[in-house]
Design a protein around this ligand. Structure first.
Ligand SMILES: Nc1ncnc2c1ncn2[C@@H]1O[C@H](COP(=O)(O)OP(=O)(O)OP(=O)(O)O)[C@@H](O)[C@H]1O
Ligand SMILES: [Mg+2]
Length: 260
């Protein structure tokens, strides 16, 4: 299934942990949408993402139902990895095999029945737009840094999986250009949902789902009202990253002229 054949994913309400009904009517997700999911530990963020991943039909612990283009999706769409419209990346997603970047992508392309070699190349160049540390096709996957691995996995989900829906569950944001990644997901008309504790990423999304006690408590639609705050925390975030880099580089930190 490609982005063109997907017009919407709809989440229908289920139950909170205490058995109470969720109060939203439905949450519709369309190509190009970016949605962040926030809430305390144990509030059901991962369960929400998983419901979408498996196309729940009232058969998961939350009782939610997920529709594809307004209907329950046929079995082969959901089970066949070559057709599955969803790519899920989690904190634990690792590339186990000791392959080069190119071999890893070629292997995935074959599994997705893609014969076209240029896709591997475009994945590598997209990954390089997401991180400042250069990724080469002949590098070993196991030798990549955290930021490089995350960039490669996201680029892989965009180009090779060509899954129209991308789910990210607490994928750390260190070593990746957040604005660049979210802009690229929008440009590629991906629908993306991410669970995040990163304030910049949470605010970069168009909508923010707030979870409590296993249920969706509310869906915030900032519509530009958080723009100034986003600008402010992005600046703070960049400053913090610069300090982090200097600590890593072994510097002794003192307030320098102009940084006060
Ligand atoms: N609506 C629900 N009804 C019953 N159990 C639920 C519901 N939602 C989540 N749970 C259960 O509650 C536990 C915590 O949920 P989950 O792992 O989704 O939380 P989380 O917000 O992702 O937490 P963390 O921030 O620690 O990753 C899990 O065992 C999950 O199966
Ligand atoms: Mg979780």
């Amino acid at each position: 299934m490609t982005s063109d054949s997907i017009t919407s994913i709809t989440v229908l309400p289920g139950r909170a942990k205490d058995g109470g009904q969720e109060t939203f009517d439905e949450i519709a997700i369309r190509p190009g949408d970016t949605i962040s999911i926030v809430g305390p530990t144990g509030s059901g963020k991962t369960a929400f993402i998983n419901d979408i991943e498996v196309f729940a039909r009232g058969d998961t612990i939350t009782g939610r139902t997920i529709l594809l283009n307004g209907e329950l999706p046929p079995d082969d769409t959901v089970r066949d990895p070559a057709q599955k419209p969803i790519a899920l990346i989690t904190q634990n997603t690792k590339c186990f095999a000791d392959l080069t970047v190119r071999e890893f992508l070629e292997m995935h392309a074959r599994a997705r029945r893609i014969g076209d070699d240029s896709r591997v190349k475009s994945t590598i160049s997209l990954a390089n737009e997401f991180t400042g540390e250069k990724i080469g096709g002949s590098m070993r996957i196991t030798a990549l840094s955290g930021g490089q691995t995350r960039s490669l996995l996201i680029a892989d989900a965009i180009v090779i999986s060509s899954a129209p829906i991308i789910l990210l569950d607490e994928v750390e944001s260190g070593g990746i250009f957040k604005e660049k990644v979210t802009a690229s997901l929008r440009d590629h008309r991906k629908a993306v949902l991410f669970v995040t504790h990163d304030p910049v990423l949470a605010l970069l999304a168009d909508r923010r789902i707030v979870m409590t006690n296993g249920a969706v408590e509310k869906v915030l639609v900032p519509n530009g009202r958080e723009k100034e705050v986003l600008l402010r925390i992005s600046t703070m975030d960049r400053e913090l990253s610069a300090f982090r880099e200097r600590i890593r580089a072994g510097e002794l930190l003192t307030i320098q002229e102009g940084t006060r």
